[in-house]
Design a protein around this ligand. Structure first.
Ligand SMILES: Nc1ncnc2c1ncn2[C@@H]1O[C@H](COP(=O)(O)OP(=O)(O)OP(=O)(O)O)[C@@H](O)[C@H]1O
Ligand SMILES: [Mg+2]
Length: 232
């Protein structure tokens, strides 16, 4: 079976200039990710994981190289086109500060659906359903300031997945979670990838999460190596 290519990064480099030194955070990386693939990105702190994911998801622009996401060359998109692509097809979980403080937990989770044109009432209904799946049904009406860090992280995962995006990027989504809640979050990602044909690109130090991935990309000093395809 050949799966549909969702994301391709070609010869990607990203340099940061601070003072008179240049840091090459990502160096000549090639990445290919298909639908139905759950990809874990692993590597030491400072190795370039977040930088690489920011480039692949269009949050940052490479110094050189190209990113093709869902068949579109990201460098050719206007800001508006990029925003639309993001709202419709991409889910994100950042390392922290994911939620909008002036919206309740359920409103935060419903937001991508509402932005995509869905009616508020049905969006909130779907939000409550997915919140239940991550064990947060009882927190739906709270404000982000009234939930714990781990609960906020799970709500962010729910929001990233609620609109059935073609691809979800997550930076350490289980970092702040205990065993049971980490398992719930892994379950949500697995469902999204296995049942809905999405691609999942997840930075993690969580070996249970990496073990569940189909592909493990290792990054060291900005260079990727070993696209290890499990079960191949
Ligand atoms: N905006 C920036 N300006 C200068 N250097 C940066 C910037 N962002 C990242 N770097 C540098 O690029 C390298 C890679 O950083 P990155 O954040 O991608 O690492 P990481 O693998 O995500 O680490 P962690 O596991 O700690 O989150 C580091 O040396 C970092 O200091
Ligand atoms: Mg990081």
């Amino acid at each position: 079976m050949t799966s549909k290519l969702v994301l391709r990064g070609e010869n990607l480099s990203r340099e940061f200039i601070s003072g008179d030194t240049t840091v090459t955070a990502v160096k000549n990386c090639d990445v290919e990710i298909s639908a139905n693939e759950f990809v874990a990105i692993v590597g030491k702190s400072g190795s370039g994981k977040s930088t690489l994911v920011n480039l692949l998801s269009g949050l940052d622009v490479p110094t050189s190289g190209t990113v093709t996401l869902l068949g579109r060359d990201l460098s050719a998109l206007s800001e508006k086109e990029m925003a639309e692509l993001r709202a419709r097809h991409i889910g994100f979980v950042l390392q922290k500060d994911n939620l909008i403080p002036s919206l309740t937990i359920s409103e935060n989770v419903a937001a991508p659906l509402v932005m995509g044109g869905e009616k508020l009432s049905s969006a909130l209904e779907r939000a409550r359903e997915i919140l239940g799946q991550v064990g947060l049904g009882h927190r739906a009406d709270r404000w982000p300031s009234e939930v714990s860090g781990g609960e906020a992280q799970r709500a962010a995962v729910a929001r990233a997945c609620v609109g059935s995006p073609a691809i979800v990027f997550a930076d350490e989504p289980t970092g702040a979670l205990d065993e049971e809640n980490g398992k719930r979050v892994r379950e949500i990602f697995r469902q999204l990838v296995a049942e809905q044909g999405a691609a999942g690109v997840i930075i993690t130090h969580d070996m249970d999460l990496a073990d569940e991935a189909d592909v493990v990309i290792t990054i060291s000093d900005g260079e990727t190596s070993g696209r290890v395809v499990k079960g191949a």
